[in-house]
Design a protein around this ligand. Structure first.
Ligand code: FES
Ligand code: FES
Length: 205
């Protein structure tokens, strides 16, 4: 009787479909094996428990999953983890430094640049990439840049205003140590005062 072909052994399948990955996540090195087909979004949210990056359309339309790879914005839902090998990934969790929010985060808090907050991490990471490329964008340029970041709550006006104010703050801080440039909110202050932060925390749960 002919032997039934059961395909490769489980171990062999694993060996064939995993790939070694070394990268930096929010300034910290990470190395290990990942399935070759694992999206960066899955890698961040499930493997590393970095749930600030949101899952929504999973088809590179809404921008909720935007993170930076070597300072370029990518949709983590349609970007394989192994493609980030040797690169530096920045997520919303890596934006605050030494417990001090990034000017973009401060501006979103100040302007209530969100309602439900679900799109906010993606909006902020996309805006970060914009301000790295263009430190003084117009409102029209902001609107054009963010066409790939959908806000179902329609908070676009406050989002654009937040980005304009963050651009100004970055300009002021140029060449200065971040703690010497104006008023900064600590993460604790923000959690006391801002409904946006509460919304973000809920959306990350
Ligand atoms: S979840 Fe990735 S673009 Fe919508
Ligand atoms: S604030 Fe709700 S989707 Fe943008």
């Amino acid at each position: 009787m002919a032997a039934v072909d059961r395909g490769p052994e489980l171990g062999a399948t694993k060996a064939r479909h995993t790939v070694s990955l070394s990268l930096t996540i929010n300034g910290k090195p990470w190395s290990g094996d990942v399935p070759v087909e694992e999206p960066l979004l899955e890698f961040l949210r499930v493997r590393l428990r970095l749930t600030g990056t949101k899952r929504s359309c999973e088809s590179e339309v809404c921008g909720a999953c935007t993170v930076l790879v070597d300072n370029r914005p990518v949709s983590a839902c349609n970007y394989l983890a192994f493609e980030a090998d040797g690169q530096s990934v920045l997520t919303i969790e890596g934006l605050a430094r030494d417990d001090v929010l990034d000017p973009l985060q401060e501006a979103f808090v100040r302007n209530i640049g969100a309602q439900c907050g679900y799109c906010t991490p993606g909006q902020i990471m996309a805006a970060k990439a914009l301000l790295m490329e263009n430190s003084n964008p117009t409102r029209d340029q902001i609107a054009e840049w963010l066409t790939g970041n959908i806000c179902r709550c329609g908070a676009y006006g406050a989002i654009a205003q937040s980005i304009l104010e963050a651009a100004e703050e970055y300009q002021k801080r140029k060449g200065q140590p971040v703690h010497e440039a104006g008023r900064h909110l600590s993460v604790d202050e923000v959690s006391d005062t801002a409904s946006l932060h509460e919304a973000q925390k809920k959306s990350q749960a």
